[in-house]
Ligand binder design. Structure first.
Ligand code: URA
Length: 256
């Protein structure tokens, strides 16, 4: 990534956290580089560019944050986001829902699963993927070598569409900014989208899920693997091996 792209992303990120109400970021500045100190440059080590006229900090002098600092920062940011959603009345899904299903899992998760929207059980328990399809997803996560609470699970819409119908475009459009913020906070290494609605909404395409699945695409620079929804697998268990193949690619990507 070029320097100005890095700066632009950093600026957007800071504005985003400011909007959420944060006044500071838990950053430990690692500015003291021995050679820079020796050269009396106030702790900033510089790289000389080809024409010697422009200098940029070496990556080793970039701010560093510990995993636990990041974890507590992300936990607070997610809580602030949940507070921002409040007792949401922004679309008509609020009329029949019992609970908002915000999402759950490890704020520092490297792997994030995104489904379509809560079903009956999720609506009652206020937790994503806890019904029959959820149990299948949990089994899959565990077969991949993770505990369920080591990944993050969310949905495109946070309220149950009545009768488990597909969420309408307007409902998705109203709810999506919250998911986008969630992804921005968690910044997983890999996203797995579950089913057609999730893939279409995150990727902005209309390609059939059977053609989309199995190949990495990008969501805001994050590798995204579209795959079948676990509810589809309950109806079509013969296709489980396809999802298993997709997940092998996910595991490979996480290792890289
Ligand atoms: N299906 C989904 O897409 N999400 C859930 O949370 C449960 C079922």
């Amino acid at each position: 990534m070029k320097n100005d792209e890095v700066m632009e992303r950093l600026k957007k990120s800071l504005e985003f956290y400011q909007e959420l109400g944060f006044k500071y970021m838990p950053v430990q500045l690692a500015l003291k580089s021995k050679s820079a100190e020796e050269q009396g440059r106030g702790g900033e080590e510089l790289i000389e560019t080809k024409n010697d006229s422009i200098s940029a900090p070496k990556p080793s002098t970039f701010p560093t944050v510990t995993t636990s600092e990041l974890q507590s920062f992300r936990t607070s940011a997610l809580k602030a986001l949940r507070d921002e959603i409040g007792d949401c009345r922004r679309c008509k899904l609020c009329n029949a829902r019992k609970n908002i299903v915000f999402g759950e899992g490890l704020p520092n998760a490297e792997l994030m699963f995104i489904g379509e929207g809560p079903g009956r059980d999720e609506d009652i328990q206020a937790r994503p993927f806890v019904g029959e399809a959820g149990q299948l997803l949990t089994k899959l996560i565990e077969k991949l070598g993770f505990k369920r609470d080591e990944v993050y699970i969310a949905n495109i819409v946070k309220c149950r569409p009545p009768g488990n119908r597909e969420p309408e475009a307007e409902e998705v459009a109203i709810c999506k900014p919250f998911l986008e913020k969630q992804i921005e906070i968690i910044r997983p290494k890999v996203i797995v989208s579950l089913g057609k609605i999730s893939a279409h909404s995150l990727l902005g395409v209309k390609t059939q899920i059977s053609r989309l699945r199995g190949n990495f695409l990008k969501y805001d620079d994050i590798p995204l693997m579209p795959t079948f929804h676990p509810a589809y697998l309950l109806r079509n268990p013969k296709d489980k091996w396809l999802v298993w193949n997709d997940m092998q690619k996910v595991i490979e990507k996480l290792k890289n």
